[in-house]
Design a protein around this ligand. Structure first.
Ligand SMILES: Cc1ncc(COP(=O)(O)O)c(C=O)c1O
Length: 375
């Protein structure tokens, strides 16, 4: 009796084991994504999932896929750029053990650099405009960075935080200013990692890619890779917030307008063509302008419909992917980037007072107002 029960149990176990063996494609996928990060934290950067946005896909008849960059160790897409600018400095002999990395940044690149520098034993010095929230300064300091908040002056002024960062590095031995905007190692991160990951994850079944531009490393690198691997077939479209010149530059066939106005989105929007964008701007097929009202509404939709707690630049990207899908028509696959989570922005994005101040309260659909949980 007992033996029969054991035999029955063993054969059930075997049957369920058979369901998972021999190693299926899924197990191989998991093995690759979840391998041991032999070099510590830096090996855990990248290889992020591609998430199907169910509601938006059903609504448009397209496959809308978001690359979950918020899953990187530092919480954003900028971990990739941070790793590549540091690796590039090492390879060029500019940074040796015990050296110092200096960067001008108020946001995710600083956080990415802080993680990468701690993991590799480098010091990190950050210059940022003193208009930035105390929370950002505190976070960088608790991640081990030396932070200098300096007066917020225009790029043309020698006291601008970027120039101060460059001069700080020049004063030290064994130090490098990583210069994320014009250092093309940033773009290379996306040519060598994000682009190939998207191509592999979709098995080449991708019709369009869209995302916004800050330094432009992400849009330029991924565009370069996808255009090359697909022989020009994949459409690449840059998404632009208010107060940025990239959309008008593309639509006017290359006229650089003046920067006017601003946006609630952070980390994106640009007043010039950075060195990261220059080599690839001619590859872009089109641009879309996304008003802040669309981005904020999408923050709430992604949360409610997909369970995705995203920052405003990610929401802008999703709104752009929806627009691109609608333009292309049903049956297409459109990929975008989910740059970071809403954690750092929650006190604004979910505050009634802040939404009122920005005149964005009306942009939130009434059935989603329940998410406005902060006064
Ligand atoms: C939240 C967020 N989204 C998007 C971007 C834009 O990425 P990229 O600099 O590669 O253009 C940044 C850049 O800092 C960012 O912080």
């Amino acid at each position: 009796m007992f033996r029969t029960a054991v035999r029955r149990f063993a054969s059930t176990a075997l049957k369920s084991a058979e369901a998972f063996a021999p190693p299926s494609a899924r197990l191989i996928d998991i093995a690759q994504a979840q391998r041991i990060s032999q070099n510590g934290l830096v090996d855990a950067i990248g290889n992020t999932p591609l998430i199907r946005m169910k509601h938006l896909s059903d609504e448009t008849g397209c496959e809308i896929l978001g690359k979950a960059e918020f899953q990187n160790p530092g919480g954003s897409v900028k971990d990739r750029a941070a790793l590549y600018v540091v690796k590039d400095a090492e390879e060029r002999g500019l940074l040796k053990p015990g050296g110092t990395v200096v960067e001008g940044t108020a946001g995710n690149t600083g956080i990415g650099l802080a993680h990468v520098c701690r993991s590799k034993g480098y010091k990190l010095v950050i210059y940022m405009p003193n208009t930035q929230a105390q929370g950002k300064i505190d976070l960088l300091r608790l991640l081990g960075a030396e932070v200098y908040p300096v007066p917020a002056v225009a790029f043309e002024d020698p006291e601008n935080y970027n120039h101060q960062a460059r001069r700080h590095a020049e004063r030290l031995d064994n130090a490098v200013w990583t210069n994320q905007f014009d250092n093309i190692a940033n773009r290379r991160a996306h040519i060598e990692t994000t682009g190939p990951e998207i191509w592999t994850q979709t098995s080449g079944k991708i019709d369009a890619f869209t995302c916004a531009s800050g330094t432009a490393g992400t849009i330029a690198g991924i565009t370069r890779y996808l255009k090359t691997v697909s022989d020009g077939r994949v459409k690449c479209i840059v998404a632009d917030p208010p107060g940025s010149v990239i959309h008008s530059y593309i639509q006017s066939g290359g006229k650089l307008g003046e920067r006017k106005g601003g946006s609630i989105t952070e980390g994106i929007g640009q007043g010039r063509i950075t060195d990261n964008l220059k080599p690839d701007i001619g590859l872009l097929d089109d641009s879309v302008h996304i008003p802040d009202a669309d981005s904020i509404a999408m923050v709430y939709r992604c949360l409610d419909e997909e369970g995705l707690y995203l920052g405003a630049s990610s929401a802008l990207n999703v709104a752009a992917a929806k627009k691109v899908a609608e333009r292309m028509g049903p049956g297409h696959t459109v990929v975008t980037i989910l740059c970071d989570g809403a954690y750092r922005y929650a006190d604004r994005l979910f505050s009634r007072k802040w939404l009122e101040e920005k005149k964005l309260l009306d942009a939130i659909p009434s059935h989603l107002e329940k998410y406005i949980v902060l006064p």
